[in-house]
Design a protein around this ligand. Structure first.
Ligand SMILES: [Fe+2]
Length: 331
């Protein structure tokens, strides 16, 4: 269940031009979304509800209706929380300016616009074009800043966008005070933005991005091994001793990572003292290559990204070098 905000925000700390009463009313709308979301989650909570399961159909039905409501209401709740957070200034604060990390992303990913013009030439026009939300976010898949619009809580948005700055441009957000003058609402909202909150979100996504895209596979492998040794944590990546006790995995399991991890590692096996050393075969080489590809998948990198510039796009050379290493190891 979604807990909602534990404490009501202090809407006194919004820009003085904006109506506190309008935000108080907006808060009530958010509370309604929380109640409806929790009711929807409750109705979906029983996986043995036969009536619900039997209604599953892409055309219509109760399950489809509830799942659709879940996505809509989850976005409604979370986007409002993000919006309230980034539209309330710190106590006694003057209007703020964007922080250094956010500004550096603007300069890197929008080189055709001055960072001082980013609001008026990028954000504000998109916010005026949207029917529900304007979201300045970090694309976790493209690793760049993006500005997107969302026409409703259930609208279409690029996948993988991590929200950094969220602007509510539904009519309910401004019409009580501004009528149809959305431009003035946005101008006033600009003076109310808490860029410290945005900067914190940038720092968070930078950390996640480092783990997801920038760490080299060897470091990721070492990190997992070290974590398993130190803390005995299960990362969903069992070592080769795990399966004999637990039984072999199904041949067509949902988690292909587990199946890959049970494939023999020719380098590990060939280095075991006293083991019967057999000649390295093409199959061994393929298994090693697949294992490296497997680690590249864990760290969310494509096969092309796996290699540095020197070996990128030169798979045959890489295989030759791997072959030489294997032969050296087996004598
Ligand atoms: Fe809203």
């Amino acid at each position: 269940m979604h807990q909602g905000m534990s404490e009501k925000y202090n809407f006194v700390n919004i820009a003085p031009e904006m109506s506190v009463e309008m935000f108080e009313s907006h808060w009530k709308l958010y509370e309604g979304y929380c109640l409806r979301l929790n009711d929807t989650l409750k109705q979906l909570s029983n996986p043995y509800d036969s009536n619900l399961m039997e209604s599953a159909s892409p055309a219509s039905g109760k399950l489809r209706e509830l799942e659709s409501d879940k996505a809509y209401l989850t976005n409604a709740v979370l986007l409002h929380e993000l919006f309230f957070e980034n539209v309330i200034l710190p106590d006694n604060s003057a209007p703020m300016i964007p922080g250094p990390q956010f500004t550096s992303m603007v300069q890197r990913d929008f080189p055709h616009v001055k960072s001082n013009d980013f609001w008026s030439n990028i954000i504000k026009p998109v916010a005026k074009a949207a029917r529900g939300w304007c979201i300045v976010g970090f694309s976790t898949l493209n690793a760049r800043l993006d500005v997107c619009m969302l026409d409703s809580h259930g609208g279409v948005m690029p996948i993988g966008l991590y929200p950094l700055l969220v602007l509510d441009v539904y009519e309910h957000a401004y019409a009580p005070q501004y009528g149809i003058d959305r431009g003035t609402y946005l101008d006033h909202m600009r003076r109310s933005l808490n860029w410290a909150v945005v900067e914190h979100r940038v720092a968070t996504i930078h950390s996640a991005s480092e783990l997801m895209r920038l760490s080299v596979p060897e470091e990721a492998e070492e990190y997992i091994k070290r974590s398993l040794d130190d803390d005995d944590k299960d990362f969903g990546f069992p070592d080769e001793d795990w399966f004999p006790d637990q039984g072999e995995p199904q041949s067509e399991g949902l988690d292909s990572r587990n199946e890959l991890s049970t494939q023999p590692n020719p380098r590990a096996h060939s280095s075991v003292q006293g083991a019967v050393i057999e000649a390295v075969t093409e199959a061994d080489l393929d298994a090693a290559f697949q294992r490296i590809k497997h680690f590249s998948a864990i760290s969310f990198r494509s096969e092309d990204d796996l290699f540095d510039e020197e070996v990128s796009g030169r798979g045959s050379r890489f295989r030759e070098e791997l072959w030489a290493l294997l032969q050296e190891e087996t004598g």
